[in-house]
Design a protein around this ligand. Structure first.
Ligand code: GUN
Length: 284
């Protein structure tokens, strides 16, 4: 039976450690670290995420600026908001909550965020640095998953890691991070053949495909570490991409949903904001 990697406990530890660093920053540089969040529209899930991000930002002692724009906001309006934060020296991080309403061009808007304020690690410069193995801002969810893997003290070197999903936000950066840790990495997606065989070979299996209970026990190797990034809203409440009840009987470690990767994503957003603020001060 698997041990649970508790994202609530680990994220609390990350936030409490950050609290001290954020206070030290304030004493050292005489200013408060500031994170700006932009939410366009009324997507209910995004509203919850943004609310939780703001609460956590304030918890660690950072200043939170929030901008709520209507569903029908023009691209110009959103761009102006981003640009004013980009040129504001007091702002350390800018987060545009995704997804944006369909009429807005996500790339055009995100590209207005200066790379040094890209707390999501979404911009080409930061993604490129990650690929090159250079220090950079890493997307919050994969960064949180890595923190979870490090928390159980397993040696990642040479392990077979399988990432289910190839999104820019999770799958691709996750694969790059695991590669940097010397894993042998396979990325699987909707067109992958022999998916089950590939998964069965995984020492570390990261599921990020958005399909409720997709990963079943027969796809999991005995003793594998299973990380569930999925958050699927179903009639029976929030469900991950992993069939938790059955897979936990085979895995050595597993993350629950809720209370697993989700809270880690927010903690790592704050860690990224702190790192961006430090780097900005170092660059002055
Ligand atoms: N939407 C879903 N996940 C994320 C995230 O990590 N960052 C942003 N900005 N939007 C998201």
């Amino acid at each position: 039976m698997a041990e649970i990697i508790d994202g609530k406990i680990l994220s609390q530890k990350v936030k409490d450690e950050l609290k001290v660093k954020v206070e030290d920053f304030k004493n050292k540089y005489g200013r408060q670290i500031t994170l700006a969040v932009i939410l366009v529209g009324e997507n209910p899930a995004s509203q919850v995420y943004v609310k939780n991000k703001i609460k956590a930002t304030e918890y660690v002692g950072m200043k939170s600026l929030s901008f709520y724009l209507p569903e029908d906001a023009s691209e110009e309006e959103v761009k102006e908001t981003v640009l004013s934060l980009a040129s504001n020296n007091g702002v350390d991080g800018i987060l545009v909550q995704l997804p944006l309403p369909k009429h807005l061009d996500e790339n055009k808007i995100l590209n207005l965020i200066p790379a040094e304020k890209d707390v999501d690690g979404f911009l080409a410069e930061n993604v490129g640095n990650l690929t090159l193995g250079l220090p950079t801002t890493v997307a919050c969810t994969p960064f949180g998953v890595l923190k979870m893997l490090q928390s159980i003290n397993i040696d990642l070197c040479g392990k077979n890691a399988v990432v289910l999903g190839r999104s820019n936000i999770v799958g691709k950066p996750m694969a790059m991070l695991l590669l940097k840790e010397n894993c042998t990495v396979t990325i699987c997606h909707s067109k992958t053949q022999n998916l089950k065989d590939i998964c069965k070979n995984a020492d570390i299996l990261v599921a990020a495909i958005g399909k409720p209970k997709f990963v079943t026990a027969d796809m999991v190797k005995d003793g594998a570490v299973v990380i569930d990034v999925g958050i699927n809203r179903t009639e029976n409440g929030l469900v991950g991409d992993v069939d938790f009840d059955n897979v936990k009987e085979k895995a050595s470690y597993i993350t629950p949903v809720p209370g697993g990767v989700g809270p880690m994503t927010i903690a790592m957003l704050l860690e990224n904001t702190y790192l961006c603020a430090e780097r900005r001060e170092q660059a002055l």
